[in-house]
Design a protein around this ligand. Structure first.
Ligand SMILES: Nc1ncnc2c1ncn2[C@@H]1O[C@H](COP(=O)(O)OP(=O)(O)OP(=O)(O)O)[C@@H](O)[C@H]1O
Ligand SMILES: [Mg+2]
Length: 310
């Protein structure tokens, strides 16, 4: 979307962070939901904006009916986000999905945004990249912190979120295609910073969902990250382990890892399942405890790195 001419600038909210990289399935949505959830649990008024074509519903908004929807047309499935940008009106989030946490959910309608923006760009020029920043500006003062989840499949959607935030935090997995996926966010980061959002800063990168004891491999990934994002890129120490079962179960239940861990004392046992008193879904795996702990540590470190960068 961006070209040579410079559109008018909109200063992003003071504490606003994009979780983004150009590769799918590396943990962006999981980390964005937990970062926002932790911030809200710490007492900060927080907004999560999911500029993603698929709604993973980590917070149980759709499947479990959490939060208070704004009156009028639907907000889920990316409809609210699309409508605000299409109609040039302020964002109207779903309120109190958790205490202190409001959310603009993503979903299929967000994918249509890319076409809308392309069409508008022909008439209005590169200023369309500020469409989300403009829709956010009237409500941004209501929040202490704003977290953006982003889509890996589209340059224009990546540019849209980068134009609205002050910091970028980049998750990656250890495989080569995840490392390559950082090249796209890096390109879009530079274009947005140079042309529409000079406030944008790289807060850092982190390895997500990895074997925590594979330290040699971690060192090699850090070298790859710096080669892709630049030598001065801060790299976080916390590594959240690969723990598929509790991560999958928590998302299915629309619970954050810390919330799911609280169910452990009431967990069913395999004997209960065998006796027909419970189902597999009622067993809470012990591995949720380290997963919740590692995620809490990661969120703290991300917050620290974002503050430093901003
Ligand atoms: N620590 C973990 N260990 C294992 N699996 C995990 C962990 N955290 C999240 N997952 C699972 O990994 C998958 C991808 O995570 P997620 O949806 O957060 O990635 P994403 O980068 O947002 O993907 P997309 O690009 O498709 O939006 C999901 O099924 C999620 O439940
Ligand atoms: Mg996602």
């Amino acid at each position: 979307m961006l070209s040579q001419s410079t559109p008018q600038e909109i200063e992003p909210p003071e504490d606003s962070t994009v979780v983004g990289t150009g590769k799918g399935g590396v943990g962006k949505s999981t980390v964005a939901a937990h970062l926002a959830g932790q911030s809200a649990a710490d007492g900060h008024r927080t907004l999560l904006v999911c500029v993603t074509g698929q709604d993973d519903d980590d917070l149980g908004i759709k499947r479990h009916g959490r939060g208070t929807h704004p009156p009028g047309a639907p907000t889920i499935d990316g409809e609210g986000l699309y409508r605000a940008i299409h109609d040039r009106t302020p964002l109207q989030p779903i309120r109190e999905v958790r205490p202190n946490l409001d959310v603009l959910p993503g979903g299929p309608k967000v994918a249509e945004l890319a076409n809308l923006l392309m069409l508008r760009m022909m008439q209005e020029g590169p200023a369309v990249v500020l469409s989300l920043a403009r829709a956010l500006a009237p409500i941004a003062p209501l929040y202490d912190r704003i977290v953006f989840d982003s889509a890996p499949e589209s340059d224009s959607l990546e540019q849209l979120v980068l134009a609205s935030a002050r910091t970028l935090i980049v998750p990656t997995r250890s495989d080569v295609s995840s490392i390559n996926g950082m090249e796209r966010i890096s390109r879009n980061f530079m274009a947005v910073k140079q042309q529409v959002n000079p406030h944008l800063q790289m807060a850092g990168a982190f390895l997500y969902g990895s074997n925590r004891s594979a330290t040699l491999m971690h060192a090699s990934v850090r070298r790859d990250v710096r080669q892709t994002l630049g030598d001065s890129t801060p790299i976080l120490d916390t590594i959240v382990g690969y723990r598929e079962v509790p991560a999958r179960n928590a998302r299915k239940k629309g619970l954050l890892f810390s919330e799911y861990a609280e169910l452990l004392p009431q967990s069913a046992t395999p004997a209960d399942v065998k006796a027909g008193r419970a189902t597999d879904a009622d067993i809470v795996p012990d591995s949720i405890v380290p997963l919740a702990k590692e995620m809490r540590e990661l969120n703290q470190e991300i917050t620290e790195f974002c503050r430093r960068a901003a």
